[in-house]
Ligand binder design. Structure first.
Ligand code: DGT
Ligand code: CA
Ligand code: CA
Ligand code: ZN
Length: 573
C-alpha cells in the first residue's frame, strides 16, 4: 500500500507551500494537509481507489489534488513538488530531520535569520540568535542544539532491524555459491546491538578468490571499497558497508569468535589465554610452547579450553559475562523460538494496513498461538483512533475471525494514551471489557522527569492497564527518550503487577538492552511485542528477542513465552 507515501507527499507539498507569501496559498496548504490526513487514515488501498477512478469521492480530495495523486501513482514522480523544491531556497529535508523544527519554524528561521541549512541553524543557535526570535526562546534554542548533536552522532549507524535484513540477505546469497562451505554474520549484527556501524560476514571456502569475486558482484552492491585475495568491503545500495572475510574451514570458530567481538570481550579472553600458557588469535587457540593449535573449529571448544562455559554472542559486551561463565553461573537466555504470541499490533481499524484476519493468518505462519489487536484510541488525529462504538464493532469482527480460524487465538486490546495528568483517554468501563490494555505516552515528551514519571506510574496504578508500551519513547537516530525515572517505574511495575514492553519495532527497541537488564534484576515481568502496522512487520519479534537476550532475560522473565492461559494469568485481571 502506498497510502503513507502519498500522504507524506501531500504533506511535503504543504511544507514547501508554507514558503509562499501568496495569500491564497493558506487555503491550499490546509487542503493538502487535510487530504494527507484522510489518506493516511484510509482503510482502503489508495491505489485501488485510484484504479477505480474514485479519488475524488474521498472527503477533502478535489480535482487538483486528485490529479497530483494520479501523476504520482502513474509515474512515481511529481513535477509540481520538484518545481517547488527548486524554487525554495532552503534545505527543508535536512532541517526537517532536526527534532522540534517543523515547516513553520523553518519558515520563521529563514525570514528572520536567512537560515538555509543545518549548518546555518547550528551557527545561529550557538550565537544565541534563535532565542531572540519571537515564539522560539532559549529552551527551543537549547533543544535545537541537542537535536543537531544527536542526529550527527546517530547518522552513521543503522538500526539493527535494517542491517540484519541486509546481512541475512548477503549470507543467503553467499550460501548459494557451491564454493562456500560456511557463511555467518559476525560483529555487532551477530551480537544484536541496536545500531550497526558496518556488517561483518565470515565465510569458509577452499577457493576464496571465487567467493570474493561473487561478493563484489552481488546485485545489491553499489560500490566496491576494497578487494583483496581473502577479504573485501563493499557498500550496499541501502547505504551500509559490508566487510567479508574468507578463511579456512578448520579455524571457523576462532575467527567467528574474534570477529564477533566485542573488542573488550576479546581482549579479556586473550589475557585469560596468556595466563593459561596459550595464545588466542583469529587463527585459533595455540599452545605457547609447542605452537600447536588446541582449539579453533568451533567457538564452544575455544571457550571450553579457556576454562569457561559458552557465552552467547548477545552477552559478549564485557558486562560481567566472562566471570559468570568461569563460575558456570550464566543465565539460560530466552531462545529465538520461545515466543508464543504477539501482544501489540495495529490493523485497518486504526493506522495499520491489514485486516484482523490477515494479521492473524500471518502470525500463525510465524508459529504464534495467539495475538492481541491493540489499535489506537483517543485523540491522535492521524491514527484514525477507536471510539467506544468502534471498539464494540471490532469485537464482533474478532469474534467472527476466531470462529473462522483454527490454531490462532485473537485477543482484543487497545493502545490507550496516557494523558497529561496520568489518566487514560478511554473510560475504565470500556477498558474493563477488553482482554488486554496497553498504555503509552504519545504526548508531552518535554515534560520534566518528575511529571513524566508521575504520569506513567499513575497509569500503572489503574487496574485495567496490563502493559506499558515503549516505556522510554525514544526513536533510534531521531528522538531521544523522554526524561523518566525508570527505577521508580520498575518499582511501580512490581507493586502494581504491570508488564513492561520490549517494543521490537526497528526504530524503537524500547525498552533497550540495558533497561531490560535492570528490569530483570528488579524482578519486573516483560513482554516482547512487535507494534506491527502490517503483516510484513510481524517478524520484528526477533529484534525484541535479541534485545531481551542482550538484557540477560530468560524465558521466565517474558510473559509471552507462555501458553495463552498461563500468559493471561500473569496479567492483572
Ligand atoms: P560496529 O561495526 O561499530 O557496529 O561494531 P563491531 O563490533 O561490529 O565492530 P567492527 O566492525 O569494527 O569489528 C568487528 C569485530 O572485529 C569486533 O566486534 C571485534 C573484532 N575487532 C575489530 N578490531 C579489533 C581489534 O583491534 N582488536 C580485537 N581484539 N578485535 C577487533
Ligand atoms: Ca561491524
Ligand atoms: Ca567491520
Ligand atoms: Zn500505531
Amino acid at each position: 500500500m502506498k497510502n503513507i507515501e502519498v500522504a507524506e507527499l501531500l504533506n511535503e507539498i504543504a511544507d514547501y507551500l508554507e514558503f509562499g507569501t501568496d495569500a491564497k496559498d493558506r487555503f491550499k496548504i490546509r487542503a493538502y494537509r487535510k487530504a494527507a490526513l484522510v489518506i493516511e487514515g484510509l482503510s482502503e488501498d489508495i491505489e485501488q481507489v485510484w484504479k477505480e477512478g474514485r479519488l475524488e469521492d474521498l472527503p477533502g480530495i478535489g480535482e487538483g489534488i486528485a490529479k497530483k495523486i494520479d501523476e504520482f501513482l502513474r509515474t512515481g514522480k511529481l513535477k509540481h513538488l520538484d518545481e517547488l523544491k527548486k524554487k525554495t531556497p532552503v534545505d527543508m529535508e535536512g532541517l526537517g530531520k532536526i527534532e522540534g523544527v517543523g515547516p513553520k519554524t523553518i519558515l520563521k528561521l529563514y525570514r528572520e535569520l536567512k537560515i538555509k541549512d543545518v549548518a546555518g541553524l547550528e551557527k545561529a543557535a550557538k550565537q544565541g540568535k534563535i532565542q531572540k526570535i519571537e515564539g522560539l526562546g532559549p529552551i527551543v534554542e537549547q533543544n535545537i542544539l541537542k537535536s543537531i548533536e544527536f542526529s550527527r552522532k546517530s547518522r552513521e549507524r543503522v538500526p539493527l532491524g535494517f542491517a540484519l535484513a541486509s546481512a541475512e540477505e548477503v549470507v543467503r546469497m553467499l550460501k548459494t555459491l557451491k564454493e562456500v562451505q560456511k557463511a555467518s554474520i559476525a560483529g555487532s549484527t551477530r551480537r544484536m546491538k541496536e545500531t550497526i556501524g558496518d556488517i561483518d560476514i565470515l565465510a569458509t571456502s577452499k577457493n576464496p578468490g571465487k567467493v570474493i569475486e561473487f561478493f563484489t558482484k552481488m546485485p545489491n552492491v553499489a560500490q566496491v571499497l576494497a578487494k583483496g585475495p581473502t577479504k573485501s568491503s563493499v557498500r550496499l545500495k541501502e547505504g551500509i558497508q559490508v566487510d567479508l572475510r574468507v578463511l579456512n574451514d578448520s579455524i571457523f570458530g576462532a575467527a567467528l569468535l574474534y570477529f564477533t567481538g566485542n573488542k573488550e570481550h576479546n581482549i579479556i579472553l586473550r589475557r585469560i589465554a596468556i595466563e593459561k600458557g596459550l595464545k588466542l588469535s583469529e587463527y585459533g587457540l595455540f599452545d605457547n610452547k609447542t605452537n600447536k593449535i588446541v582449539a579453533g573449529r568451533t567457538e564452544e571448544e575455544v571457550y571450553k579450553k579457556l576454562g569457561m562455559d559458552y557465552i552467547e554472542p548477545e552477552m559478549r559486551e564485557d558486562e560481567g559475562e566472562i566471570e559468570m561463565a568461569q563460575h558456570h553461573m550464566l543465565p539460560k537466555l530466552i531462545g529465538y523460538n520461545d515466543i508464543k504470541g504477539d501482544l501489540q499490533m495495529h490493523t485497518k481499524w486504526s493506522d495499520g494496513n491489514n485486516t484482523i484476519e490477515e494479521m492473524a493468518l500471518a502470525a500463525k505462519k510465524l508459529g504464534h498461538e495467539y495475538i492481541c489487536i491493540t489499535d489506537h484510541t483517543g485523540r491522535i488525529a492521524i491514527a484514525n483512533p477507536l471510539d467506544k462504538k468502534r471498539i464494540k464493532g471490532q469485537r464482533k469482527e474478532i469474534d467472527k475471525a476466531n470462529k473462522k480460524l483454527n490454531g490462532i487465538e485473537i485477543l482484543q486490546g487497545v493502545e490507550v494514551n496516557i494523558t497529561d495528568d496520568g489518566k487514560l483517554d478511554m473510560p475504565d468501563k470500556v477498558l474493563k471489557e477488553l482482554d488486554i490494555v496497553v498504555a503509552s505516552i504519545h504526548s508531552g515528551f518535554k515534560n520534566p522527569k518528575e511529571k513524566i514519571t508521575r504520569r506513567m506510574v499513575k497509569a500503572m496504578e489503574n487496574e485495567n492497564v496490563d502493559i506499558i508500551a515503549h516505556p522510554t519513547g525514544r526513536l533510534i537516530t531521531r528522538r531521544e527518550s523522554y526524561d523518566i525515572d525508570l527505577e521508580a517505574v520498575f518499582d511501580a511495575a512490581k507493586r502494581t503487577n504491570t508488564i513492561m514492553e520490549i517494543n521490537s519495532y526497528p526504530e524503537r527497541m524500547d525498552l533497550r538492552d540495558s533497561h531490560v537488564r535492570a528490569a530483570v534484576k528488579a524482578g519486573v515481568k516483560l513482554v516482547i511485542s512487535t507494534d506491527a502496522h502490517n503483516t510484513d512487520q510481524l517478524h520484528f519479534f526477533k529484534l525484541g528477542i535479541g534485545t531481551a537476550r542482550r538484557g540477560w532475560a530468560t524465558k521466565n522473565d517474558i510473559i509471552n513465552t507462555r501458553k495463552l492461559k498461563d500468559m493471561m494469568r500473569m496479567l492483572k485481571k
